[in-house]
Design a protein around this ligand. Structure first.
Ligand SMILES: [Zn+2]
Ligand SMILES: [Zn+2]
Ligand SMILES: [Zn+2]
Length: 263
């Protein structure tokens, strides 16, 4: 869906193409704000931006990397400053309305923390599957990235959805889920921090958060690797759904541990 162009502003800052960065650089020092650009509070253009909150400075909207800045959508757009508010009574100026419990803050640091916690995007998660469209369009929520890895790339993190009280039914669901997993023996993804770990480089402890790889996932990979070395599997790029893994984790031990991971 393409956003409607905003109302034309009588003042367009000059921009020039910068070949070293491959982008348009603003060559003036105009500080764009929501009101200087005449954006409505609920402008569709806001979807192209993420709120950036530099420490001790005014927050601004940063154009997402995949978009090229234009006159209408400059790289940085500052939030409007609150007018007519009392000293030490700084309201949240996030466009499109604030859904925080508290909306007015006595200390700038509190407002800054509010922007960060309620409106900010602290981290971004770029999908590391090279041909994936989300490798250029990051996730801003870890749980969304996790869902993407599990449901779109069929990685073996977490477990099947819809855990039921019916143990037999659940084991069947889990077995089906495991059979659909795409498992590459040369690496594993930390189910906690979602970092991809290469076995040859870091072994079985996450390079980022030091969480060890789950035993059943480790064994599956070791067996797959051994099978490949013996010529059982020809194409290392195509990891087949495997019986080992299914057998391993249908045991009560594996299931309990995997279920616990989601908590
Ligand atoms: Zn707010
Ligand atoms: Zn992806
Ligand atoms: Zn980790």
């Amino acid at each position: 869906m393409k956003p409607d162009p905003p109302k034309l502003n009588p003042y367009f800052p000059q921009q020039q193409y910068d070949s070293s960065s491959g982008g348009f650089q603003q060559i003036d020092n105009v500080r764009h704000t929501l009101s200087s650009l005449s954006w409505a509070k609920d402008s569709e253009l806001l979807k192209l931006y993420t709120l950036t909150i530099p420490k001790g400075q005014l927050p601004y909207l940063q154009l997402l990397e995949k978009w090229t800045p234009t006159y209408e959508t400059p790289a940085k757009v500052y939030l409007d400053e609150a007018k007519g508010s009392k000293k030490n009574q700084s309201p949240c100026m996030y466009p499109g309305g604030c859904n925080g419990k508290q909306k007015v803050f006595g200390r700038p640091a509190d407002l800054e923390r509010h922007y960060k916690n309620v409106h900010g995007t602290k981290d971004k998660f770029v999908c590391d599957h090279s041909k994936c469209p989300r490798s250029k369009d990051p996730f801003f929520r870890k749980d969304h990235f996790r869902d993407h890895l599990r449901d779109f790339h069929n990685e073996d993190i977490g477990c099947a959805k819809g855990r039921t009280k019916d143990e037999q039914k659940w084991q069947q669901a889990q077995k089906t889920w495991l059979a659909e997993r795409v498992i590459k023996p040369k690496h594993w993804r930390c189910s906690r921090c979602l970092v991809k770990n290469h076995v040859a480089e870091v072994g079985w402890e996450c390079s980022s958060c030091k969480t060890p790889c789950e035993e059943d996932r480790k064994i599956t990979r070791i067996r797959l690797e051994a099978g490949q070395a013996a010529g059982v599997m020809q194409d290392s790029e195509v990891a087949e759904p495997n019986a080992y893994f299914a057998q391993l984790v249908t045991g009560a031990h594996g299931l309990e541990r995997d279920g616990g991971l989601l908590g």
